[in-house]
Design a protein around this ligand. Structure first.
Ligand SMILES: Nc1ncnc2c1ncn2[C@@H]1O[C@H](COP(=O)(O)OP(=O)(O)OP(=O)(O)O)[C@@H](O)[C@H]1O
Length: 269
């Protein structure tokens, strides 16, 4: 297998281009026991844009994504150093209220994971836990979130139906609706379409493109076409570090780093 010079990287700094940054990491390292899965990643994510995280299996994409709203806290033996800056707060600081922070930085997982509740109940569950009890307000949030997730027209007459009776693609859009019902600023998605058929995938992609008007989206994907179709920026991960980060168009047409070029043109991974 070809080896690459890991010291040669190309990472754009968005603040130098006067872009508004919703979230950033500075020298982020993540260890699982002795295994250093993320080796000092510094990236800035532009507000109201979609950024794709791509790279071969095991290079640390999901680990990095999960760190951004502290999902790795739940894995024993994990150690994380470095900064994750969101609105002048270091998300990685011990004093951060993780429950509260996840209202601002929400997550959607690879496999649709609706609760065994009605469509309405899926969306209102966390809202109620956060103290929203007013029926009219809940109704409004349910409608808005389902509309934003492009699911409203299909389910509006049957909100009491079990979420588990929806198709896989509809379930995933319900999970997106559930995440955006909390009105996060940043939405993290870990291969949200990998378990879906092509039609459902394209619906999820359309949904994400529409959502970026209101949200900053960071998505892990193995699907190169998907990354190039939907994202504004792309970060290429390799062996726990980012080799190249730039506008998606550049990554897919004129990458500056050989490893990126080989990966996006299908030579490995
Ligand atoms: N829960 C965990 N416990 C221990 N090690 C883990 C855990 N999750 C991931 N790892 C290790 O961290 C490294 C990065 O894995 P990660 O899942 O982040 O990569 P990935 O790029 O998302 O891979 P894939 O594309 O296959 O999902 C790998 O060496 C993996 O074995």
């Amino acid at each position: 297998m070809k080896t690459y010079n890991l010291d040669e990287t190309h990472i754009i700094q968005l603040e130098e281009k006067n872009r508004k940054i919703a979230l950033s990491t500075d020298d982020l390292h993540v260890w699982y026991g002795d295994n250093e899965a993320i080796k000092g990643v510094s990236l800035q994510f532009e507000e109201n844009k979609i950024t794709s995280l791509i790279g071969p299996s095991g290079c640390g994409k999901s680990t990095y994504l999960r760190s951004l709203n502290r999902m790795n806290d739940e894995i024993d033996g994990t150690n994380i150093t470095g900064k994750i800056m969101y609105e002048n707060t270091d998300v990685n600081s011990k004093i951060v209220d993780v429950y509260e922070m996840r209202k601002h930085i929400g997550m959607v997982f690879q496999r649709p994971n609706p609760f065994s509740k009605s469509i309405y109940g899926n969306i209102t569950f966390a809202l109620k836990q956060h103290g929203i009890k007013d029926k009219k307000q809940l109704d409004e949030i349910v409608e808005t979130s389902l509309k934003q997730a492009a699911l409203w027209d299909q389910v509006k007459d049957d909100l009491n139906k079990s979420a588990l009776a929806l198709s896989g693609g509809q379930q995933q859009r319900l999970c997106i609706a559930r995440a955006i019902a909390m009105k996060p600023d940043v939405l993290l998605l870990d291969e949200p379409a990998s378990a879906l058929d092509p039609i459902s995938t394209s619906k999820v992609e359309e949904t994400l493109i529409n959502l970026k008007e209101d949200y900053t989206i960071i998505i892990v994907t193995h699907n190169m076409q998907q990354a190039s179709r939907i994202s504004d920026y792309t970060a290429f991960f390799y062996m726990g570090q980012v080799m190249e980060y730039d506008k998606t168009r550049k990554i897919f047409t004129r990458p500056k780093i050989q490893a990126t070029d080989d990966y996006v043109s299908g030579h490995f991974g």
